[in-house]
Design a binder for this molecule. Structure first.
Ligand code: 3SL
Ligand code: MG
Length: 234
């Protein structure tokens, strides 16, 4: 199994993801939100690029559609919830459809169209993602959402952990960037000793959202692996 990494949503090239097994990672916080919502019984998540599109879809059935996401890490005016995974409890999401737009994560998901499978990965479901990749048995491209088109330490570290999980079960052929992600993870298995240098980690901390960070840095608290197909994540 070959494993490669793309470092941000802006760096996705369609020929790099075409027919590949893609894992999209935005551990802070979009893919942690999606994984949490689906784990807690959300029926489906519809990722969209713009606030206007999200509001238009939600207006079709306000009783079963939830609006969630962020701009600048903050709740969007008129939305039900922000991009905090802790908002998406089973009381809130059970049986609902979440319409979601975020700065980087939803862009990375939609930018990966053309892949054979698009899995949603985070620290909280990394081991389960690795197991699903082993089931699908194909070459893997880990798409890091990154932060506003830039490389982001958080997603890279999470990629390293998923590679570590894969390596425990199979032989992997890593590109240089994938080797680097795995090396950095292997030196920082506790996560905090390296993620503390990530600019986005610090932005979320400055907003007083340490509980979100603690939650998103937990490893393997769910076995749910959401998958994006035909416009919806389930
Ligand atoms: O960029 C995204 O998609 C968000 O997850 C960023 S934030 O953590 O909500 O600011
Ligand atoms: Mg992010």
């Amino acid at each position: 199994m070959k494993v490669d990494i793309i470092i941000s949503a802006d760096d996705i090239k369609s020929e790099k993801v075409k027919d590949k097994l893609v894992v999209v990672i935005d551990m802070l916080r979009a893919t942690s939100v999606i994984t949490t919502a689906v784990s807690n019984g959300c029926e489906k998540v519809i990722p969209v690029l713009t606030v206007e599109e999200a509001k238009e879809i939600a207006s079709r059935d306000r009783s079963s559609f939830l609006l969630g996401g962020e701009r600048g890490a903050l709740k969007i005016e008129g939305f039900d919830y922000s991009n905090s995974p802790l908002d998406y409890t089973s009381e809130v999401v059970k049986g609902k459809t979440l319409i979601m737009t975020t700065s980087n994560g939803t862009r990375a998901i939609k930018g990966s169209l053309g892949a054979k499978h698009i899995l949603i990965g985070a620290m909280i479901n990394a081991e389960a993602v690795a197991k699903k990749l082993l089931e699908y048995k194909d070459d893997v491209v880990i798409v890091n959402a990154g932060t506003y088109g830039q490389f982001s330490i958080d997603d890279f570290l999470c990629s390293g952990y998923i590679i570590d999980c894969l390596k425990r079960h199979t032989e992997v052929e890593l590109t240089d960037i994938a080797t680097t992600a795995h090396y950095i993870y292997s030196q920082h298995e506790d996560i905090y000793s390296f993620i503390k240098f990530a600019s986005h980690y610090n932005r979320i901390q400055e907003l007083g959202l340490q509980e979100d960070l603690n939650y998103c840095c937990k490893k393997d608290i769910t076995k749910v692996v959401p998958e994006y197909a035909e416009g919806v994540i389930k």
